[in-house]
Write a protein that binds this ligand. Structure first.
Ligand code: ATP
Length: 306
């Protein structure tokens, strides 16, 4: 059998535009008047439970725009795992490679202060059980997709194995952590926000320079997201600014995942990086107009209206 999508005329025959290898968490959200100091207890609002996790968020963001997406990862065989599967299914994300695991599903305990200021504790649970073996078992799936999208909420050996198999790896180095040079060299692009860029480089700085410095670490291309200021793209030694539309921001939770999911899809359909980032910035902007992460992600019609 020939590799899917590589031969012949007509539309591509690969089953998925984007395969996301990454985390799925239940976000347990409580609003608080103020964040507790160490040793202190505060009363909060009623608990709200939302599907989240960087991997699932990116997958849903791309699928809601029309991409064909699969998510590879792990959830527990528990109530949160069922919630996560339901939300993926609702948006048409394939979860056949999201394995049930004898561990609790990953959760993020999120306290939201009066100004929308978050403090977050993640218990990775089943996400920590994603292995290199899981990835190798799905090698044909990963090889068939034009883009594999990765983040750092699952163990590094699984991320590295997926990047090695990918035709093109979009790698969101978040949460920021030191990674081997081999992974950096496989990023196309490496996607980070300003804070993560500063952590990786050891110094804060102006975005254009940071992008060039990151490019010097070895990735094939770099995108730094800049919140309301959009993003910068660095490729082949050149840096391009990408604006974000002006919107009334209500909640920026998950904006970076919306951006990365959209970026991965546009690259998968063959768009050049700067144009794909410009589209992704519109998706990120649309996402901050509504509360929540996945709940806030736009459809294609909403992006076109922006
Ligand atoms: P988060 O961690 O909250 O998910 P992030 O820090 O990873 O987000 P940001 O740089 O804040 O990512 O946002 C990603 C993209 O979303 C930006 O590049 C931009 O296009 C869009 N965006 C974010 N905040 C705003 C805003 N206030 N106005 C317009 N666009 C925004």
């Amino acid at each position: 059998m020939s590799a899917v999508g590589e031969h012949g005329d007509g539309p591509p025959r690969h089953p998925f535009d984007v395969v996301v290898v990454g985390s799925a968490n239940a976000d347990l959200v409580v609003r608080v008047e103020r964040h507790p100091a160490p040793g202190e207890t505060v009363l909060g609002s009623e608990l709200a439970v939302h599907p989240g996790g960087k991997g699932a968020n990116q997958a849903v963001a791309a699928a809601r725009l029309g991409a064909r997406v699969a998510l590879l990862g792990r959830v527990g065989a528990d109530q949160h795992g069922r919630l996560l599967r339901e939300s993926l299914e609702h948006d048409g994300v394939d979860h056949g490679h999201l394995h049930d695991t004898p561990a609790a599903s990953g959760i993020a305990m999120i306290a939201v202060g009066p100004q929308g200021d978050n403090s977050i504790i993640v218990a990775p649970g089943a996400n920590a059980r994603v292995t290199e073996g899981d990835v190798l078992q799905a090698a044909p799936l990963l090889r068939s997709a034009p883009v594999v999208s990765l983040q750092l909420e699952i163990p590094l050996p699984a991320v590295l194995a997926a990047a090695r198999l990918a035709r093109r790896a979009v790698v969101n180095l978040s949460p920021a952590a030191p990674v081997p040079d081999e992974l950096l060299a496989l990023c196309d692009p490496l996607v980070v926000n300003e804070h993560e860029a500063a952590l990786l480089l050891g110094v804060p700085g102006e975005a254009d320079r940071q992008a060039k410095s990151l490019l010097a670490l070895g990735p094939r291309s770099v995108v730094i997201t800049l919140g309301a200021d959009g993003a910068v793209v660095a490729e082949d030694g050149a840096v391009h600014a990408v604006p974000s539309p002006r919107v009334a921001a209500v909640d920026t939770t998950g904006a970076g995942d919306a951006f990365t999911g959209a970026l991965a899809w546009r690259l998968a359909v063959g768009e050049p990086l700067t144009a794909a980032a410009a589209f992704a910035a519109r998706v990120g902007a649309a996402a901050v107009r509504r509360p929540g992460a996945q709940d806030s992600y736009p459809t294609m019609a909403e992006v076109e209206d922006l």
